[in-house]
Design a binder for this molecule. Structure first.
Ligand SMILES: Nc1ncnc2c1ncn2[C@@H]1O[C@H](COP(=O)(O)OP(=O)(O)OP(=O)(O)O)[C@@H](O)[C@H]1O
Ligand SMILES: [Mg+2]
Length: 282
């Protein structure tokens, strides 16, 4: 059974449909990217996956989302928090407002679970390491830069040790160095943690995910591996192809790219494919 199952979900905030007959699942430990242009419905779908929707007057017009077969509404708050953590695309909205320091912000969630003090400390230390926040622990969360706040939000989510982490444009405020640092740290996350990475560009998602869902005007236009995504006609139109992916597609057309190896837009993955071939030439 899938960890999270989106089943024929149709949804509108008002009269305009935002998600239309969306069916997809997130398996335990899966690294999944939800990609699409502005307004395609990524954040809305992410909020459904994370159990933030339905809420208030916002309900599905058809279908719904289940966690291991049970609707979100049946789960208590602690189970929900330990199942999925959602980091939204506006970092300041993620801060609890109850913490005067970065350290307290990260410890806030585990503290609410009333975990023993050493357990809280261990969780905070691990999250601080992954998100490179050691030098900012005594700072007021609201005094951080946008990129620092984004790293703090991710750390606070990780400290809850969820089974799935939904990240909405997580590197939107990052400079390239911070982005690469986060991507390197993502590889150190537990293999059993599912990642749902929503983005408007291909690069970072290609480094993290092995499965790609392309949203186009609230519908799933593609669900599959990187090669299929890059070959999909809407991909180049929505994102433009990164030069490295365009080169890899040309090499494949010329018969240079090894048979059966997926095309990627991640420079590191393309380099890893090319390196042995260049060594043979040298
Ligand atoms: N609370 C809301 N009330 C009304 N409409 C909304 C609300 N939130 C989102 N929408 C609309 O739903 C559509 C999808 O929005 P959503 O934020 O899910 O897209 P997105 O793919 O995440 O876009 P972006 O790349 O800009 O973040 C947009 O047309 C948006 O204006
Ligand atoms: Mg969005």
């Amino acid at each position: 059974m899938a960890l999270i199952d989106v089943d024929h979900l149709s949804f509108a905030y008002d009269a305009t449909p935002v998600l239309q007959d969306v069916s997809m699942s997130v398996e335990a430990g899966e690294k999944l990217a939800i990609l699409g242009g502005n307004g395609s419905g990524k954040s809305t779908l992410a909020q459904w996956i994370a159990g933030w929707l339905p809420r208030g007057t916002f309900a599905a017009s058809e279908g719904g989302v289940a966690v291991e077969g049970r609707p979100w509404a049946e789960l208590d708050a602690a189970t929900r928090a330990g199942t999925v953590q959602f980091v939204g695309q506006v970092p300041m909205q993620q801060l609890s407002g109850f913490a005067f320091t970065v350290l307290d912000e990260i410890a806030f969630g585990p503290g609410n679970l009333q975990l023993p003090e050493p357990e809280i400390r261990a969780r905070v230390d691990a999250a601080v390491g992954i998100c490179n926040l050691g030098h900012l622990l005594e700072r007021d969360p609201f005094s951080l830069s946008g990129g620092e706040q984004q790293r703090l939000s991710i750390a606070a989510a990780l400290a809850m040790q969820p089974r799935a982490l939904v990240l909405d444009e997580p590197t939107g405020n990052f400079d390239p160095e911070s982005r690469d640092a986060l991507l390197a740290q993502m590889e150190k996350l537990p293999a059993e943690l599912a990642i749902v990475w929503c983005d408007v560009t291909l690069g970072a998602a290609m480094a993290v995910a092995s499965r790609f869902v392309l949203l186009d005007e609230g519908r799933i236009a593609y669900d599959g591996d990187a090669s299929g995504l890059l070959a999909h006609p809407r991909t180049a139109q929505i994102f433009g192809l990164p030069a490295v992916a365009e080169a890899a597609l040309l090499w494949r057309a010329a018969g240079v790219w090894p048979e059966g190896v997926p095309i990627s837009a991640d420079p590191a993955r393309v380099a890893a494919v090319l390196r042995p071939m260049l060594e043979v030439v040298a």
